[in-house]
Design a protein around this ligand. Structure first.
Ligand code: AMP
Length: 285
């Protein structure tokens, strides 16, 4: 595996691979890799000839006072994981090359970015979409993998790919969880054992929603109440939001008549975690 630091060099390598008729698969990440990221790499390995992973802690998607500075970083460990997963190129550019000083262009998907995670983190999805498009333009992949773990991000990126007519396949990979059900996240590293135990309320709350909908409940407010009850039972869990939306529009659902996307964000001390589940009424399963 080759570690590529410069945009020009990555561009050149990818251009050559394309000329040879090789299909390029791309997995953009912020590093501190775990088995969730590995699942995305494996998906690309299956689908394409060359796998490129990027590691870039993107300043543009962090708001003031968020954890950009303290976001976990460990390129040595990440390199080992990428080698084990058969990655061909690890792109790890410097921020100055991605964001040179001076005026900037941004990509915005306003209708899908203002609510839920976007409401809690103004400007977040603009930062995500902008860097993903920059990376796409460098790598020019045939296929890309994103995690269902960041459900709204996957929806925003899909819209961008369709609206800007980008010629690539998107693969959304199911959320990888640890043995106790917690969705893997680079930020889990911050959790003390006490906060880790408390964080397990998040997957439990998703199960509670599945359960009540499975029993025939169709009213979103009842389902949301069941989720909130599980989360509120642990005083260490501070709920940021719990929402049930239409997975296409991100608008709140009025009645659960088909698959609905349940999104949860909660803080455990300084650590903010996200999770989600697609919930379907019994007749829809
Ligand atoms: P990040 O490094 O957190 O920006 O994530 C990079 C990619 O990995 C995104 O597409 C995430 O949705 C995906 N991802 C993160 N955690 C998981 C997980 N537990 N399971 C599956 N995909 C994940």
């Amino acid at each position: 595996m080759e570690i590529v630091r410069r945009v020009r060099s990555m561009r050149e390598t990818c251009k050559q691979a394309r000329t040879k008729g090789q299909r390029i698969g791309f997995v953009p990440t912020m590093g501190f890799l775990h088995q969730g990221h590995a699942a995305l790499m494996r998906k690309m390995r299956e689908q394409t000839d060359i796998v490129v992973v990027s590691i870039f802690v993107n300043p543009a998607q962090f708001g003031p006072g968020e954890d950009f500075e303290s976001y976990p970083r460990d390129l040595t460990r990440d390199t080992d994981l990428c080698i084990r997963e058969g990655v061909d190129y690890l792109l790890a550019p410097e921020a100055q090359e991605i964001y040179p000083p001076g005026p900037r262009t941004y990509v915005e998907i306003p209708d899908l970015s203002a609510s839920i995670e976007g409401a809690s983190r103004p400007g977040h999805f603009r930062g995500v979409a902008t860097v993903v498009l920059k990376l796409i333009n460098i790598v020019q992949p045939h296929a890309m993998a994103f995690g269902q773990k960041d459900a709204q991000q996957a929806i925003v990126i899909r819209r961008m790919v369709e609206d800007l007519m980008l010629d690539l396949e998107l693969h959304i990979v199911p959320t990888v969880r640890d043995e106790r059900g917690l969705a893997l996240s680079s930020r889990n590293k911050y959790l003390t054992p006490e906060f880790y135990e408390a964080a397990l309320a998040i997957p439990r709350s998703l199960e509670a929603a599945r359960h009540v909908v499975g029993e025939g409940q169709t009213k979103p407010e009842e389902v949301l109440a069941a989720v909130q009850e599980v989360l509120a039972a642990d005083p260490l869990v501070k709920i940021d939001y719990v929402e049930l939306v239409d997975p296409k529009t991100m608008e709140p659902v009025e009645l659960i008549e088909g698959p609905a996307l349940l999104l949860v964000a909660a803080a455990l001390g300084e650590t903010r975690l996200l999770d989600n589940a697609t919930i379907s009424p019994p007749e829809d399963r």
